[in-house]
Design a protein around this ligand. Structure first.
Ligand code: GLN
Length: 543
């Protein structure tokens, strides 16, 4: 019998509902359960692929090519599972299915309504996600905050699930905020009480309250919340800001949440295997070394736009026993006349981020040029690789004005151009080269050594590719094409072996990095950055 955990949020948005959901998943994974996470997103977009990362944060891509909310990244990293199309349920997707069914005649004679038809479709998708993953437990997080108009059908659907699946198999977790006010930082429980009242109006009584707070709550406050919200006191979980998000599951475990959930859902009580996770958190909290990596991108004002890259750097610190600080550099700034050395000095490595459109592209070219010339460890990701190729074509191969067709359709040398299968596609939703594709690595290259294998798969999200007409020229000038698609048609990775670390990939390796399995490319970059930091330190001491 599949169990269901539903996570809602109250009081304010951005209180870490995604991390709470991911952490609860970790508690179950530590007990050996299979878990299927689902994100229920109330927006009308069919998927997150058409949303601006400025507004919505990163678009996370799954193995099977779904373009989803960044919370799925948290789920994959914390639970060490692979999400899929089924893990993301949006209002747009639900309505599309319902309207298509109506047009087919599936409801012939009936009036199609939010209840029962829309709620039925939501429930079907939730149950299906569990079946697909053969999950013991489905954990579904409802996006938005209780009280939003647009999340009502989702809340109604999860309310109905109690009847469908049996009350003993369904658990509701409400993540709330407990603020402090006044000069004495008085803890206020009223917003949480109101949020729970709002939830009850809809017919949902929470079983667990995760209370985000900046100060410890104290037993009296927990008792008060327990009394007013009708939740046992041991299910009032204080969730303080943690030095690393990866500590959150350990904190929940300490507070007995894993045991409580198992008991409440009638899961057999198993010991939680915490050893691996504790080791990770220990290194993250007490790293021995440190380096600084610059990320050049055009959405750096919203750090969430590059969430998986930032997390992959955190993970890459673990095998190197190091903390990785990030220097966010807006690519526009590199075009404003400030020389790259000024912005990149103090950084031990550089990542040029993925992206779309021409804004900031010349700034990115400048950054790569400087890294190439100065021996600054460099990792180019997707657009970052395309920029590296443009820079190499212009400044090493002498192809003046070389560019990507995406930026300059009439460039004298289109060293990056549209993938053939993209020609003629005008529709923007889910039409890119998406999801996991195989790649063969050339033996003896940096990339092959880092991966420790000649056959890899990585996730993709792009429309353009390196123009094969220039492969020979690049190779003659010292750039190695280290990764190609199995049919040899597509350049997937390039590197410069004479450089301390210069690797670029058409894929998005960041999506596959996990704290327990740091990605080899990021680990390689951080290792090279640490070596450079040490060299710079000893040079400074000698001077
Ligand atoms: N805009 C480029 C392309 O579509 C790169 C995409 C990306 O960085 N994800 O090919």
């Amino acid at each position: 019998m599949t169990k269901y955990i539903f996570v809602t949020g109250g009081v304010v948005s951005s209180i870490g509902k995604g991390i709470a959901t991911a952490s609860i998943g970790r508690l179950l994974r530590n007990r050996g359960y299979t878990v299927a996470p689902v994100k229920l997103d109330p927006y009308i977009n069919v998927d997150a692929g058409t949303m601006n990362p400025f507004q919505h944060g990163e678009v996370f891509v799954t193995e099977d090519g779904a373009e989803t909310d960044l919370d799925l990244g948290h789920y994959e990293r914390f639970m060490d599972v692979s999400c899929s199309h089924g893990s993301s349920v949006t209002t747009g997707k639900v309505y599309r299915n319902v309207i298509e069914a109506e047009r087919r005649g599936d409801y012939l004679g009936g009036t199609v309504q939010v209840i029962p038809h829309v709620t039925q479709e939501i429930k079907r998708l939730i149950v299906d996600a569990g079946k697909q993953q053969e999950a013991d437990v489905v954990i579904a997080e409802v996006g938005g905050t209780v009280g939003d108009i647009e999340s009502l059908p989702f809340l109604e659907a999860i309310r109905q699930m109690k009847k469908d699946a049996g009350a003993e198999n369904v658990l509701y977790v409400h993540v709330s905020f407990v603020p402090t006010v006044g000069p004495w930082h008085e803890v206020k429980t009223k917003p949480t009480q109101h949020s729970v009242i709002k939830l009850r109006e809809i017919g949902i009584s929470p079983d667990v309250l995760v209370c985000r707070s900046e100060v410890p709550l104290g037993e009296d406050v927990k008792e008060k919340i327990s009394l007013f919200c009708d939740v046992p006191v041991n299910a009032v979980i204080e969730s303080l800001n943690a030095p690393t998000i990866y500590e959150v599951p350990l904190n929940y475990e300490d507070l007995g949440l894993g045991t409580y959930i198992s008991e409440r859902l009638g899961l057999e009580q198993r010991d939680a295997n915490l050893a691996e996770w504790e080791k990770i958190v220990e290194i993250l909290k007490h790293p021995r070394e440190k380096c600084r990596i610059a990320i050049v991108g055009k959405y750096t004002e919203n750090g969430d736009a590059y969430k998986s890259i930032a997390e992959a750097l955190v993970h890459a610190g673990i095998p190197n026993n190091a903390k990785v600080d990030i220097e966010w550099i807006e690519s526009d700034t590199l075009e404003s006349g400030i020389p790259p050395q000024e912005l990149l000095q103090g950084c031990d490595g550089l990542i040029v981020a993925p992206g779309f459109g021409s804004r900031g592209i010349e700034g990115k070219v400048e950054a790569v040029k400087w890294a190439r010339e100065q021996g600054l460890p460099f990792l180019g990701i997707c657009l970052g690789m395309q920029v590296a190729v443009i820079e190499f074509a212009r400044n090493v191969c002498g192809l003046q004005g070389a560019n990507s067709e995406e930026m300059e359709p009439k460039a004298p040398y289109s060293v990056v151009h549209l993938l053939p299968e993209q020609k003629g596609i005008t529709s923007k939703g889910a039409t890119m080269r998406l999801g996991s594709y195989p790649c063969n690595l050339v033996n003896g290259t940096i990339s092959q050594k880092l991966y420790g294998s000649a056959k890899i798969t990585e996730r993709h999200r792009h429309r353009f590719e390196v123009n094969n007409d220039f492969r020979e020229l690049f190779t003659e000038h010292g750039m190695v094409i280290s990764g190609v698609s199995p049919d040899y048609r597509l350049v997937e990775m390039v590197e410069i072996p004479s450089h301390p670390f210069y690797v670029a990939t058409q894929a998005h390796p960041e999506f596959k990095s996990r704290p327990n399995r740091p990605h080899p490319l990021f680990a390689g970059l951080v290792k090279a950055a640490l070596a450079r930091a040490k060299k710079n330190d000893s040079a400074a001491i000698e001077a």
